[in-house]
Design a protein around this ligand. Structure first.
Ligand SMILES: [Zn+2]
Length: 306
């Protein structure tokens, strides 16, 4: 088909086309996606120009930021200290593993791009990090949350400055052009700086198993879903070294995709969002075993700028 070019490897021979329904809110509107036969990247063929209308007011990442009082913040600081100093995983915060692999300190400049309401940065602030910037074009307005924690209503190409670490947690795939985004991200790193990108990947068992109903296609909000090979191509082209990859898929890939298979949206009114604790436990075990053989449906990619 004329006009097709893989967003990652630039191959221009198109694979099969899939019609994917909008299912998070259940509008049922369809969007065409295809998978690159060379690098495995899945991409949307004709994304809607008015993408912001697919992020309605109730979009999950814009729920109110929840703040901790001074006692809780001290508790979080101690917990982080125990984790970093002694490796006590009992005290490991949700972001502990990322910080450990990025190997960054509390005064180093850290940016979270696509930060939503900034909750992750706030948790890091509570643990003592003091040079934090969050960016998200969909937030209501820029604001200063505390000394050392600022949130900016900005797109990736409007960000300036240089950082010891830049992270994107399920934000990269919401940007239209992975090659241009990657160039920008590489530009934002100081020499020796690290980049963490957490994304869904097309290498997972879930894509094979659920196809059009795979929850992480998330049409039309995801412009593309890279493969591990695709992430390596981007790194090589933009002069970054991919030094670590970790699959971190969860039970979500199963229960939410199964919901879509039954034609139910994620936020079906009058229904529990997630399944019972027993089923969740079973799915979590399955996810962990897929992650161990690099077949989970999402991964964390760690890059270093030389
Ligand atoms: Zn490709």
């Amino acid at each position: 088909m004329e006009g097709y070019s893989c967003l990652v490897c630039f191959n221009d021979t198109r694979g099969p086309v899939y019609q994917i329904k909008e299912m998070m809110f259940g509008s049922g509107e369809q969007f065409a996606y295809t998978q690159c036969p060379q690098c495995g990247t899945i991409q949307q063929l004709d994304p809607p120009p008015n993408m912001s209308t697919y992020y309605p007011k109730g979009y999950y990442s814009f729920a109110g930021l929840s703040l901790s009082n001074v006692q809780v913040r001290w508790m979080k600081r101690l917990r982080f200290f125990w984790f970093r100093k002694f490796g006590l995983t009992l005290f490991q915060p949700v972001y502990g593993n990322w910080i450990r692999i990025l190997d960054i300190g509390k005064d180093q400049a850290i940016a979270d791009i696509g930060c939503g309401n900034g909750q992750l940065l706030y948790e890091m602030y509570s643990s003592g990090f003091r040079n934090l910037s969050g960016f998200d074009p969909f937030m209501d307005a820029s604001r200063s949350i505390a000394r050392g924690l600022k949130l900016y209503k900005k797109d990736l190409d409007q960000i300036h400055g240089s950082y010891h670490a830049v992270m994107l947690h399920h934000a990269f795939e919401h940007m239209p052009n992975p090659d241009a985004s990657f160039a920008q991200l590489a530009r934002l790193l100081k020499p020796g700086g690290k980049l963490l990108i957490r994304v869904p990947v097309s290498d997972g068992e879930a894509w094979t198993m659920y196809r059009e109903n795979w929850v992480q296609l998330d049409a039309p909000r995801h412009y593309f879903i890279p493969s591990v090979a695709g992430m390596r191509i981007l790194a090589n082209r933009h002069g970054l070294e991919l030094y670590h990859t970790e699959f971190d898929s969860t039970s979500f890939q199963f229960w939410a995709s199964q919901k879509y298979q039954k034609g139910r949206s994620l936020h079906q009114p009058g229904e529990e969002v997630s399944p019972s604790a027993d089923i969740l436990r079973e799915f979590e075990k399955k996810a962990a075993s897929l992650n161990s053989i690099r077949k989970g449906d999402q991964a964390a990619f760690y890059f270093r700028k030389p």
